[in-house]
Write a protein that binds this ligand. Structure first.
Ligand code: PLP
Length: 410
């Protein structure tokens, strides 16, 4: 049996069947490229769901992790550590104004758990307002503020009950739900999981005003949109607002697991000793990797690069409208992009893989693109050529099957 078949076979046999999977056995990565076990290369537009922000195996991150691994691997929060202090100083440089305290954890969901506990603790109130289409993770707390029925329903009986969902993009709907029992409004400045939704111009500004007025906290979940992804360090900057609590994770440590919850000194101060903790949170490896990753983002001007390369990518995607009727809409900011189709895209995804592109999707008909910010122009071109061909083939299939293309969401 080939190594490819054996690897897939073993994983299929033993791993929890909790994921939709693609038939790629990845063994190596560099920049925006991944290689499979047979040596075939792919442009990685999945980027580990946005984790490969500075590219796979960035040499500075590799170096920092190697150096740290040889000195000290674990060091609990209870002790002080030099790598952690360095990471904190670097984080301070990029943290939104006023959010000077950070709780370090290991994932996006954990960063959200901490944010929710902080808001409930600080305000002493019980209600949370979240958004339709939201995604904040799948632990019980984070799942309670996640909208998707497919994720929620099996656990509805165990979720935090005092959550109301406002229509994403409609500030008046959220304002109607805010009462003097509301602890926080939690929002993704740009929604990722539900298919890259950019809200109307006044949405976040009005949410900021309304939350300040009511004395509840505004939690921005920038686990996917943060750290330069959208062409600004924080997506909130597109609307010039600063939240009370900011959630960060995914690409923050170059691929090493990490989560961070930023808050003001006052809000973070509401958590007393022992009220929240994490054994691995703030560990030296993740901190060394985060320090290196953020320095790479700054040194290589990856925020500006995401804006420029994102504009180019979006332009080229938009140009496919002319030749493909199944393409419904292209949207997003920076390198957080989506192309929504008028048909289901399973075959399109498979064709992209055959042509050397690792795709990402949302639902059944949305191609999502979260490539590393270091992706090169030629690599974007290859993705566009592959997509152009994959869409043409899909249109042939649609025509042959006499399915027709309607504007109904598939
Ligand atoms: C991915 C994601 C999460 C959850 O992160 P995990 O590390 O998978 O727990 C939370 N919020 C947003 C916006 C995300 O994109």
């Amino acid at each position: 049996m080939s190594l490819r078949d054996k690897t897939m076979d073993v994983e299929e046999r033993y791993l929890a069947r909790a994921f939709q999977r693609f038939p790629i056995v990845a063994v190596r990565g560099k920049g925006a490229l991944l290689w499979d076990v047979d040596g075939k290369s792919y442009v990685d537009c999945m980027g580990g769901y946005g984790v490969a922000l500075v590219g796979h195996c960035h040499p500075d991150v590799v170096e920092a992790v190697k150096e740290q691994v040889e000195r000290l691997i674990s060091c609990h929060y209870s002790l002080y550590n030099d790598a952690r202090a360095r990471a904190l100083e670097t984080l301070e440089k990029i943290a939104p104004k006023g959010l000077s305290r950070v709780f370090l954890s290991n994932s996006g969901a954990e960063s959200v758990e901490c944010a929710l506990k902080l808001a409930l603790r600080y305000t002493g109130r019980k209600d949370i307002v979240a958004m339709t289409g939201s995604f904040h993770g799948k632990t019980l707390g984070a799942l309670s503020v996640t909208y998707n029925k497919k994720y929620r329903l099996p656990f509805e009986h165990a979720l935090y009950q005092r959550v109301k969902f406002a229509k994403y993009g409609d500030p008046e709907d959220a304002i109607k739900l805010i009462t003097d029992e509301t602890a926080a409004v939690i929002v993704e400045p740009i929604q990722g999981e539900s298919g890259i939704r950019v809200p109307p111009e006044d949405f976040l500004v009005k949410l900021r005003e309304a939350t300040s007025k009511s004395g509840c906290l505004l939690i921005a979940d920038e686990v996917q949109s943060g750290l330069g992804r959208t062409g600004k360090m924080w997506a909130c900057e597109h609307w010039e607002i600063v939240p009370d609590i900011l959630c960060v994770a995914k690409g923050m440590a170059g691929g090493i697991p990490i989560g961070a919850t930023f808050a003001t000194d006052e809000v973070m101060g509401s958590l007393k000793t022992g009220e929240h903790s994490s054994t691995f949170g703030g560990n030296p490896i993740a901190c060394a990797a985060a320090d290196a990753t953020i320095n790479v983002i700054l040194k290589e001007s990856l925020v500006e690069r995401a804006a420029e390369m994102g504009a180019y990518f979006k332009d080229r995607l938009t140009s496919l409208h002319g030749s493909h009727r199944i393409l419904r809409e292209v949207r997003g900011k920076g390198l957080m992009l989506a192309a929504e189709m008028r048909v289901e895209i399973y075959e399109v995804l498979m064709e992209l893989i055959r042509r050397g592109v690792v795709p990402l999707y949302s639902g059944k008909n949305i191609l999502r693109l979260l490539p590393p910010l270091v992706i090169e122009k030629e690599q974007v071109d290859l993705v566009i050529e592959s997509l152009d061909a994959a869409l043409a083939e899909e249109e042939l299939r649609v025509a042959e099957a006499g399915r027709g293309i309607s504007d109904k969401v598939p």
